[in-house]
Design a protein around this ligand. Structure first.
Ligand code: MSP
Length: 653
């Protein structure tokens, strides 16, 4: 550890399950972790921030099969492909230090060793599994844990499962885990402790089934062919294998384990606060210092889910409003431990109120006034007043409160503090009325100090928003033209006295005000599902010779009458004028595409020299031409209709 470092800090985010595209809910946890990592770095900690992907399990195997690719190809595409996991973290400015994929060789080999160790120490044993299994959650449940017969996590159907399997002696660790939860700060917020103890431990912790034989996409148990390791064991140990536990790829375990905190969503607290510590106890390993279970983001009051079609796309929002605004909104608006309701209206209101009006305005008013009254250069000198002391005291208080709240992961309250300072600075402008001070030479020294106080407040606020909005903080620092030192956590000493000098420039507005109505309409338009892919029939590879083709007699025909054929839901019966003076009857299997009445009077195209054929006991003399394709897997058909000016019987060639 270097002399300047405050110490090592290890923080993790759940490794994402690459079964579909990421939405704003996944980004929420990762943005929070990133903000914490940046905050700790700012304070001088040597931070290791781990994220990654959890790539095994039956769900992935099934999805790959559906997509006609191998499971490895399937996960590679979601992790590495365009707009995949790595792309999104880049876009969202996620400053992870390490990215683990559970399909990485070093991790797979380490999991095999870990499994064997627990088998050798007697905590994993072979038995028979009978119970209920929730496929989407990859979770086993006992009958008593089901809620109205459904998976207690996701509410979906569960299925009966019985097979030879390995079990982990979770029951053996029940008392120690309960003690850990109840008598330490291991799990936060505190409300989650009651949930875990009352719902899972008190009813009796049963041993956990930790291997499967019904699919193969997992880490093979190397001493018993056909078994793969339960995906949650594979996943949880990522936090240690990524530091070098049971592998030579990395060598950071001594420096960074135990983790300072695992941030996890509320539905996976059970795995992190019961199963994870129990397995570490089994291997006699130090436990992470803390697990923090954050709440869920819903959308317009409903759970976000692909099937409901209401997942919020972080790409769309970042492109439209900027990554910093989105990052800020997530942490400013929703208390981290509770559920939050995401709406586009709230997002825009927050951008307008906090970012455009309060922060953006303060920066642009201040730099514009510096420019106007001092050509951007605030030199030594000035004249202080009592009011200035109030700003200075507030800045110190804000820093202390911010730190306290950040250390408790209370991002929204920490940001409230920053806005107390920004609001006070805006009020200070109204109180000191720089435009009046600028009118007289005599009050110019006072104006100089007022502007220095404003610059100092902005600089302090920019330090505090750095973890949340790194790009915005940098833009502000650049407009203030301050040194790297003055951007750092150590520069929290407020200095607006006579010795201070500034050279500021006016930049473009940080957050232009949004026209909410217009933006909502634009978002609605952009969120419309893309048109389903068109599929056309493959082209024929067989040539037809010209003379044969010319034998086909295509004619324009006019629909005199059209009706459904009784007892057939497919056939329409057409009475056609083909120009010969005798009516022609054609039957066509297109009833699902047209109502008979809408075709009467239309001019269609028929091939008229096909031999007559009987359908449902009626004669059909020819065939009507239509265009076919499919859209999103659904068959589409359009009759070929030609200009009504074309007379019946006209030959088409
Ligand atoms: N693969 C497991 C984690 C293993 S960690 C050893 C997993 N993956 S996940 O992709 O399903 O979820 C990743 C994270 O996103 C979880 O913390 C989950 O709680 C979070 N979220 C998914 N949807 C969410 C919201 N709508 N809101 C907030 N977070 C949610 O679980």
């Amino acid at each position: 550890m270097c002399e300047k470092c405050k110490g090592n800090y290890y923080i993790t985010t759940p490794i994402y399950y690459p079964s579909a595209n990421l939405h704003i809910g996944h980004a929420y946890c990762t943005v929070a972790t990133d903000t914490m990592a940046r905050y700790k770095r700012l304070q001088g900690y040597n931070v290791k921030f781990l994220t990654g992907t959890d790539e095994h399990g039956q769900k992935i195997e099934d999805k790959a099969k559906e997509a006609g690719v191998t499971p490895q190809q399937f996960v590679d595409n979601i992790v590495l492909g365009e707009k995949g996991v790595l792309d999104l973290w880049k876009l969202m400015n996620i400053s992870y230090d390490r990215f683990i994929r559970t399909t990485d060789d070093y991790h797979v080999a380490a999991i095999q060793k870990i499994f064997k160790k627990m088998y050798d120490n007697g905590d994993i044993y072979k038995g028979k599994y009978t119970g209920k299994y929730c496929k989407p959650c990859e979770s086993f449940w006992t009958e008593s844990q089901l809620v109205e017969g459904k998976c207690p996590d996701c509410g979906r159907d569960v299925q009966d499962a019985q097979e030879e399997a390995y079990f982990f002696r979770l029951s053996k660790y029940a008392d120690r885990v309960q003690d850990l939860l109840e008598n330490t700060d291991f799990l936060e917020p505190r409300s989650r402790v009651n949930e875990m103890v009352n719902n899972f431990i008190k009813p009796g912790l049963e041993d956990l089934c930790v291997s499967r034989t019904s699919f193969t996409w997992g880490v093979p148990v190397d001493f018993d062919e056909g078994h793969v390791v339960y995906v949650w064991i594979d996943a949880l140990f990522n936090y240690m294998t990524a530091l070098g536990f049971e592998n030579d790829k990395y060598d950071d375990l001594a420096a960074f384990w135990p983790a300072d905190v695992h941030f996890v969503g509320k539905e996976i607290v059970r795995f992190h606060s019961i199963i994870w510590p129990a397995m570490l106890m089994s291997l006699d390993l130090p436990l992470p210092k803390k697990v923090y279970g954050h709440g869920w983001l819903n959308f317009n009051g409903e759970k976000m889910s692909k099937s409901r079609g209401n997942v919020v796309d972080p790409y769309l929002l970042s492109e439209r409003f900027g990554v910093d605004a989105l990052r800020f909104f997530l942490l400013r608006t929703f208390p981290f431990g509770s559920d939050g309701n995401f709406t586009n209206e709230l997002l825009m209101a927050t951008i307008n109120t906090d970012l455009a009006n309060t922060l953006g305005n303060l920066v642009s008013r201040t730099t514009a006034m510096n420019q106007k009254y001092f050509g951007g250069s605030l030199n030594a000198g000035g004249e202080s007043a009592e009011l200035d002391g109030e700003l200075k005291a507030l800045a110190a208080e804000v820093f202390a409160n911010y730190e306290k709240q950040m250390d408790k992961f209370q991002f929204s309250i920490a940001l409230n503090e920053v806005f107390r300072l920004l609001d006070r600075a805006n009020k200070y402008i109204d109180e000191t009325t720089p435009w009046i001070l600028a009118k007289s030479e005599e009050t110019m020294p006072r104006l100089l100090t007022v502007m220095k106080n404003l610059c100092e407040c902005i600089r302090m606020a920019a330090i505090l928003i750095t973890p949340f909005m790194p790009e915005t903080a940098e833009k502000i620092f650049n407009q203030l033209n301050v040194s790297a030192e003055a951007r750092s956590w150590n520069a929290r000493c407020y200095c607006a006295d006579e010795s201070a000098v500034w050279n500021t420039t006016v930049g473009t507005p940080l957050f232009p005000r949004l026209d909410v109505e217009k933006e909502l309409a634009a978002l609605e338009e952009l969120s419309k599902p893309a048109k389903p892919a068109l599929e056309i029939e493959p082209y024929s590879e067989e040539n037809v010779d010209f003379d044969t083709f010319c034998k086909s007699d295509f004619r324009a025909v006019k629909v005199i009458d059209c009706k459904n054929v009784k007892k057939s839901d497919k056939l329409l019966q057409f009475t056609l004028d083909d120009g010969t003076g005798t009516e022609r009857q054609i039957l066509s299997g297109i009833a699902k595409f047209y109502k008979p009445e809408e075709l009467i009077g239309k001019t269609l195209v028929a091939i008229v020299n096909l031999p007559p054929r009987k359908m449902m006991g009626r004669e059909s003399c020819g065939m009507l031409l239509s265009a076919i394709h499919s859209e999103g897997g659904e068959e589409k058909l359009n009759l070929i209709m030609v200009d009504d000016a074309i007379p019946a019987g006209a030959k088409l060639c």
